[in-house]
Ligand binder design. Structure first.
Ligand code: SF4
Length: 215
């Protein structure tokens, strides 16, 4: 069981409330115009990584205080063994109260994913799903953790517990679309207005995850 892993980084703040460990996979057939990560459209040769090795590479993040894992792309749902990795993370990462343990960014919609019976098992391990393709005409720099307003945030963990799937975890409610903080290139967390006043470059806009080369 393996995935095409392009990069793994720890202590990230751009892909969900964190700090978080982030996994970038390569391979995406959706190919949205304006995608921030076109270098991840093709599966990169030599990056086939066993699930156990991905877990081991995530371990420094868990031990270093990361509150969860985010998987971005590329397209995570085009990885044959995404479900195995999600199940392993659900087993090995303790849940930190108030924070989503596993967030996945996908260019597919939740409705599309639910049409595939094999995907239902994977969805059962995901806390928050950010779904839908990146649409340039709907893009805005003010969308917390998302790139375009068609993309939706599904609290699958809450839905499994009987709450509405659009009721965000508190940690997301605080920041999603009403950002109280922003993240500078050097990782500082500041009120957006202060960052703008200081002229600092910030990385708020997301598509299927930030460009890993700029993180
Ligand atoms: S934005 Fe996401 S779904 Fe769209 S092409 Fe890029 S990686 Fe694929």
């Amino acid at each position: 069981m393996s995935l095409h892993v392009h990069a793994i980084r720890h202590h990230q703040h751009q892909d969900g409330p964190g700090p978080r460990s982030v996994v970038w996979v390569s391979g995406c057939s959706i190919r949205c115009p304006g995608c921030i990560n076109p270098h991840l459209w093709k599966r990169q040769p030599g990056t086939d990584t066993p699930v156990e090795a991905v877990l081991a590479a995530l371990e420094p993040g868990r031990l270093g205080g990361d509150v969860g894992v985010t998987i971005v792309g590329g397209e995570p749902f085009e990885q044959d063994d995404l479900g195995a990795l999600c199940a392993a993370i659900a087993t090995h990462w303790p849940r930190v109260p108030g924070f989503p343990r596993l967030i996945i960014y996908t260019g597919y919609t939740l409705a599309q994913l639910r049409l595939n019976p094999n995907t239902l098992t994977t969805l059962a391990h995901i806390d928050v799903l950010v779904d839908g393709p990146y649409i340039v005409a709907l893009a805005s720099p003010d969308l917390g953790y998302r790139g375009s307003s068609n993309q939706r945030v599904w609290n699958l963990a809450a839905a499994r517990a009987g709450a509405p799937p659009n009721s965000l975890p508190r940690s997301l409610e605080d920041d999603w679309d009403r950002p109280r903080i922003t993240v500078t290139r050097d990782g500082a967390l500041l009120p957006p207005t202060l960052a703008r006043t200081l002229g600092l470059h910030t990385d708020r806009t997301r598509q299927c995850g930030q460009d890993e080369r700029s993180s």
